[in-house]
Ligand binder design. Structure first.
Ligand code: ADP
Ligand code: MG
Length: 367
């Protein structure tokens, strides 16, 4: 089921009558979620992710704009009639019911033509439980389950109604690091097996990048960029997106373009064409640095961290906006930790420049 968001906007009136400031939680969001795909909705806390999800689910009504499931306009439909499965961060299971009862619950309220026989309900519940691999735990109460297991029950409960669209709001946030990894792989597997169009909300860029077919990066209610995770990482549209994606994060410098060269301080790090002289912000991915004796960029070495396959070199440069420069270098390159300076050449496809005021990307050609 494809999901179409058309100029979707949500404005919350001011809570404080005096200040009168309304909140534009979601601002003119237009996007078609392709059928059967998993979309990661990504951005910092407060950027409008949950509000977007709640509008798709029908829990909140848009101030303006439309939502279609396939060709059906569902904008005015209630949540019950949209055929969505919802999973939240805090599992929200019924504590006094067993796992089986929790999963059966949504089916017991089906009315009219949708009404199921007892056997059909049990069958569906068991199938959903098998899909999330908790079919052995059907008689337990939620308090007798780990966080990861509880979240699986919540996912089974969302799947049992065979939703047209699955909506997950930070479903892994309450899990510890190990379970988070495991459960996100599970979610990906379940999504592939069922082929249900899924929207997965998270503030964790790594999580979104690792499981999404496409990511939508939001900031203050406004969609910044939509694309395949690798495409967005390789081609950020502005400094915000460049900074939001990647661990370690991109290294940001103040610099300039002058006479067809990108400068960091006095160091000309790349020859380019197609950009007029101007001050710019410069972003270099950690993997964009190449150690070289006569390298263009000179930095003061502060630390070398060995990580097995790679070495993380920490250095400083007066033009760097972040407290330290982190570069990831293949461990085959020997770095002398006692050296005072390191020199780098910069890989041309790993350096981006941005307008100093608007922070929009400035595109160049490498000379
Ligand atoms: P996210 O899920 O990305 O953290 P939300 O969608 O929850 O962000 O919120 C987006 C913005 O809308 C925030 O500024 C938040 O404070 C505001 N907001 C969310 N829900 C309400 C509400 N019911 N009333 C007023 N403001 C709200
Ligand atoms: Mg939220």
């Amino acid at each position: 089921m494809k999901v179409v968001l058309e100029n979707l906007t949500k404005i919350f009136p001011s809570r404080n009558k005096k200040s009168g400031e309304e909140v534009i939680a979601v601002n003119d969001f237009t996007f078609t979620i392709p059928d059967g795909k998993l979309i990661g909705l990504l951005g910092p806390s407060g950027c409008g992710k949950s509000t977007t999800l709640y509008m798709i689910s029908g829990l909140q009504k848009p101030t303006s704009g439309k939502i279609y499931f396939g060709d059906d306009d569902v904008t005015e439909l209630s949540t019950e009639n949209r055929g969505v499965g919802l999973v939240f961060q805090n599992y929200a299971l019924y504590p006094h019911m067993t796992v089986k009862q929790n999963i059966l619950f949504p089916l017991q309220n089906l009315k009219g033509a949708d009404k199921l026989s007892k056997d059909e309900m049990l069958d569906r519940a068991l199938n959903a439980a098998r899909l999330v691999q908790i079919d052995e735990l059907m008689d337990r109460k939620p308090s007798e389950l780990s966080g990861g297991q509880q979240q699986r029950v919540a996912i089974a409960r969302a799947l049992v109604k065979m939703p047209r669209v699955l909506l997950l709001d930070e479903p892994l946030s309450n899990l510890d690091a190990r379970l988070r990894l495991q459960t996100r792989e599970e979610i990906r597997r379940i999504q592939r097996e069922t082929g249900i169009t899924t929207v997965f909300v998270t503030h964790d860029q790594e999580e979104a990048m690792s499981i999404s077919d496409m990511i939508v990066v939001m900031k203050q209610g406004i969609v910044q960029q939509i694309g395949k995770p690798q495409e967005v990482y390789d081609n950020p549209i502005n400094l915000f997106v460049a900074k939001f994606l990647g661990t370690p994060p991109i290294n940001v410098f103040e610099g300039k373009v002058e006479g067809g060269k990108i400068y960091i301080g006095e160091d000309a790090v790349l020859d380019i064409t197609g950009v007029e002289d101007q001050p710019v912000m410069i972003g270099i991915r950690p993997e964009g640095f190449e150690l070289s004796e006569n390298g263009a960029l000179k930095c003061k070495l502060t630390n070398v961290e060995v990580m097995g396959r790679d070495v993380s070199v920490v250095s400083k440069n007066d033009s760097c906006v972040s407290p330290a420069i982190r570069s990831i270098i293949n461990a085959d390159n020997k770095v002398d930790p006692s050296a005072e300076f390191v020199r780098y050449d910069i890989k041309p496809h790993k350096i981006f420049i941005f307008n100093k005021e608007t922070e929009e990307r400035i595109y160049f050609e490498v000379k």
